[in-house]
Design a protein around this ligand. Structure first.
Ligand code: ATP
Length: 348
């Protein structure tokens, strides 16, 4: 049985429909990332799961129990938000133990638990500190420890690291993932950052305008996007329409090559996605008959070089490992070859 089951969840604010029939099964111990752009309904869905808002229709079940009549404070959820709302008048240990105090747990037990959790989140010995005397990253760890103190059935996080600098964010992403794996707590993490979702989720649920576009492992949504929206949202995919005819793949009258075996039976027009690492660029010659364009952007991304080539009003992105100097500069002409064996045809 899945731990959490969402069945046709709808949410309407006045005449605006923020969630349009969201159905999802979440397994016990899974780490789910709700991913999508601003306003797609991520926070609304998380608030409904937490019991901070009630869906307009649809069912929400936790291990077979209908949650609709169970208020937030009895749902066994631990929450961490972007704005932390730590209690300023309580010290670190008291903040962590707060949920246990509310539940009537004896003082010695809750303080021992707070000590254990401080250890778990790497803040041993800081229990007596005022929360105002902590760094941003330390405060986030306290918020995580506080949410986990009640041993929740569900651990919910809403963009918890978005206010932190990039280095600290990456560090905490890794920590939270390791902690979640160690504790095995079912986790739902809201983010609008594809890279964050890719690096921590067991499964990514991509929302768009209140609907699930795709739910899948990071590899599935990255390499096999179910929709054009997912292909474009999950990074710099090259997405374009192409004709399959006479054993060739043709875009805007230019032959790109022969379809791979997997695409051999296709005919007519299809939308294709080719990752930037599956493009090859070369210097065009007078005999070049394929796609030729002009380089309009080159940038170094640490381990790779990204080159953008425009052809008419389209642009294509190419990446390669940056173990040598860039071969192309802005303004150069470049011939583009697609590795069609790695192209993905978006299901229509
Ligand atoms: P962001 O990443 O910007 O936080 P989100 O995906 O979390 O976005 P939600 O906060 O879930 O988006 O909001 C979804 C939509 O519902 C938005 O268009 C928002 O304006 C609307 N909405 C949310 N709460 C309310 C409310 N209480 N009243 C009216 N509209 C609301």
């Amino acid at each position: 049985m899945s731990r959490l089951s969402l069945d046709q969840i709808e949410m309407t604010f006045g005449t605006f429909q923020a969630l349009k029939g969201v159905s999802l099964e979440i397994a016990s111990g899974e780490f789910i990332c709700l991913l999508g752009g601003s306003g797609c309904g991520k926070t609304t869905l998380l608030r409904i799961i937490a019991g901070l808002a009630t869906q307009s229709s649809g069912a929400l079940m936790l291990e077979g129990t209908d949650l609709s009549s169970i208020p937030c404070h009895r749902r066994s959820v631990g929450m961490v938000f972007q704005s932390l709302a730590l209690f300023p008048h309580l010290n670190v240990a008291q903040n962590i133990a707060y949920g246990l105090e509310v539940r009537g747990v004896a003082k010695n037990i809750r303080l021992r638990k707070a000590e254990d959790l401080l250890d778990t989140v790497g803040l041993s010995g800081l229990g007596d500190r005022a929360v105002s005397a902590l760094s941003g990253g330390q405060r986030q760890r306290v918020a995580i420890a506080r949410a986990l103190a009640i041993e929740p059935a569900l651990f919910l996080m809403d963009e918890p690291f978005s206010a932190l600098d990039a280095g600290l964010r990456e560090h905490l992403q890794i920590e939270v993932k390791k902690l979640q794996q160690k504790l095995g707590v079912t986790t739902i993490f809201v983010t609008h950052d594809q890279n964050e979702a890719m690096s921590i989720a067991d499964r990514i649920v991509i929302l768009n305008e209140g609907r699930i576009e795709q739910a899948g492992t990071p590899t599935e949504v990255y390499a096999r996007p179910a929709t054009r929206f997912v292909a474009e949202f999950m990074g710099t995919n090259n997405v374009f329409g192409a004709e399959f005819a006479g054993g060739e793949v043709v875009m805007d009258g230019v032959t790109l090559g022969k379809p791979s075996e997997a695409m051999a039976k296709l005919t007519g027009r299809h939308v294709m996605a080719v990752r930037p690492e599956y493009l090859q660029l070369s210097k065009p010659t007078d005999a070049s008959t394929g796609l030729v364009g002009t380089v309009n952007f080159v940038r170094l991304l640490g381990a790779s070089i990204e080159t953008e080539v425009s052809v008419g009003d389209r642009s294509f992105v190419h990446t390669m490992i940056s173990d040598r100097a860039p071969e192309f500069a802005v303004g150069d002409r470049a011939a583009i070859d697609f590795d069609l064996a790695h192209a993905w045809v978006i299901p229509s």
